[in-house]
Design a protein around this ligand. Structure first.
Ligand SMILES: Cc1cc2nc3c(=O)[nH]c(=O)nc-3n(C[C@H](O)[C@H](O)[C@H](O)COP(=O)(O)OP(=O)(O)OC[C@H]3O[C@@H](n4cnc5c(N)ncnc54)[C@H](O)[C@@H]3O)c2cc1C
Length: 467
């Protein structure tokens, strides 16, 4: 870790945090990554795990929620006019077994730290989201997936046990085999079961710090689906789509697949991240600028494709190369829409979604298409076997209507929206999208009958039975 990584402002760990250095409770204004909402809150920033139980036991006017690195796009970590526990300083690696790769960490440890500490020794986190700033606590609470979900499943599936401080301040050790229902409610449970204070999972041995990445250009959506099918056995795969291309070029883009590279060594060149110093003007991202960017991005790959060695860091986290990139959307921020639709409906649904998006001409650069497998660890985990589409929309007057239209198409095709990315879904959409919601609510009632843990999201989406 460099000093810059430890600096919350530089690393974007707590964007736009207003307040002073640690004290027991301070007034803050917290924002999510999409910056579409802001939540005035009173927050505590514990330095030690022993401080968690007293924080949980205090009287909370409007419930308590954990805010980690704030890399969720919507309101899942926010708790307006209530209390927040900031977990960023609980970032110690507690134990590591070099024979088995089993590691024990505090919840505020992020993927960046794990890569910097363990990759030079030949160990890699089995599943990683697209930003290294997300913490392990956040990874469990949204049961995150990576570019290898088809093969490796979700993050929670690699967790052997975790410690959870529940509403009464008592710490419980739970896992897939002990208190399995509490574990299933906690993985993907949006932080509502309690504070995760320790997570144990197994790292993977890798032959080097690099992948052998192959990129191919696809002219349209049919080409994409065929290429995905052909790449089924790949260790990693991700598609980048030009969401402004229409007609015969609908769905044109790049498919990138990768395999661990042998004998390439464990030293990689760490890039200095550039930073977006100010909020861009609202109109900086328009159809013209996005079109130019997309053409440039696709044009980087020759028509015949290309193959190159890439450091895991670059391959997993391309967006981390620009700190605070969320500022390019201006002060009003942006929404990310991410859905998954089952394979049986996949091609039809993705076509309809893309047609709706291109007609609106409001997509941002870097629309992502990935395949997901069946792996999921919790009742409210996002993954289902199918295609997942993710893209950003600047927060403008028409965005909400577009989001609702896309959510409607998703629902019609038996899909669901990812809660880690969402700030707009309505409560009515939850039961059909998340059929295990009732089970989640039953277990939550048992763990936290007085609804001590709450968030803006839990209230908006009625994640508790008695909302
Ligand atoms: C650029 C970018 C790329 C991304 N790519 C992916 C991707 O590929 N796949 C994917 O699945 N996700 C992806 N995400 C989403 C991100 O991984 C999740 O939102 C993740 O939960 C963020 O973790 P965080 O530490 O920032 O948590 P926060 O955003 O601060 O909190 C998220 C949730 O976790 C809860 N929480 C956090 N810590 C604890 C704890 N200790 N105890 C209890 N609850 C806790 C919070 O209460 C909240 O409900 C991406 C996000 C960004 C910004």
């Amino acid at each position: 870790m460099t000093a810059a990584d430890n600096n919350p402002k530089r690393a974007g760990v707590i964007p736009d945090l207003k307040g002073q250095q640690p004290m027991r409770w301070k007034n803050f204004e917290l924002k999510p990554w999409g910056r579409v909402c802001r939540a005035p809150t009173t927050a505590a920033r514990p330095e030690r795990l022993s401080e968690i139980a007293p924080i949980v036991r205090e009287n909370h006017s409007n419930g308590l929620s954990v805010y980690a690195a704030g890399r969720s796009y919507g309101d899942s970590a926010l708790n307006s006019n209530g209390q927040n526990c900031l977990s960023e300083r609980l970032d110690r690696i507690l134990a590591f077994d070099e024979r088995t790769g089993v590691v024990d960490v505090e919840p505020g440890v992020n993927f960046r730290k794990l890569m910097n500490v363990f990759l030079p020794k030949g160990w890699l986190v089995p599943v990683s989201p697209g930003t290294s700033f997300a913490t392990i606590g956040g990874a469990v609470a949204h049961d995150v997936h990576g570019k290898n979900h088809e093969r490796e499943g979700s993050f929670g599936q690699h967790v052997s046990e975790l410690d959870l401080v529940t509403a009464n301040g008592v710490s419980h050790r739970i896992g897939p085999q002990s208190r399995a229902d509490w574990f299933r409610a906690t993985c993907g449970g949006c932080g509502l079961t309690g504070v995760i204070t320790r997570v144990e999972f197994k790292m993977r041995r890798v032959p080097s710090a690099f992948v052998e990445a192959k990129e191919q250009r696809l002219e349209n959506l049919d080409g994409f689906f065929a290429a995905f099918e052909a790449a089924k056995g790949a260790s990693y795969s991700i598609g980048w789509i030009d969401a402004l291309a229409r007609g015969a070029a609908l769905g044109r883009g790049i498919l990138e697949t990768a395999e661990p590279a042998a004998e390439a060594g464990f030293v990689w060149r760490k890039k200095h991240a550039a930073s977006v110093p100010v909020d861009f003007p609202a109109m900086a991202l328009n159809a013209l600028s996005v079109k130019a960017f997309n053409s440039f991005y696709i044009g980087r790959v020759p028509k015949s494709g290309r193959q190159r060695l890439r450091a895991y860091e670059d391959f997993f986290y391309p967006l981390d190369a620009i700190e605070q990139w969320n500022r390019i959307y201006g002060r009003r921020g942006f929404h990310q829409f991410q859905c998954v639709v089952p394979y049986r409906e996949g091609e039809k649904a993705i076509r309809r979604l893309l047609e709706t998006i291109t007609a609106s001409q409001s997509a941002s650069p870097l629309t992502v298409l990935k395949r997901l497998g069946p792996g999921r660890a919790g009742y409210l985990s996002f993954p289902m076997e199918g295609y997942t589409l993710a893209l950003d929309f600047p927060n403008r007057a028409a965005t909400e209507a577009l989001y609702r239209a896309l959510a409607g198409v998703t629902l019609e095709h038996g899909g669901r929206i990812y809660l880690a990315k969402d700030a707009l879904l309505s409560a009515e959409a939850m039961p059909p999208m998340y059929p295990e919601l009732g089970e989640f609510q039953r277990v939550l009632e048992e763990i936290d009958p007085d609804a001590r843990f709450q968030s803006d999201m839990s209230r908006r989406l009625h994640l508790r039975a008695r909302a």
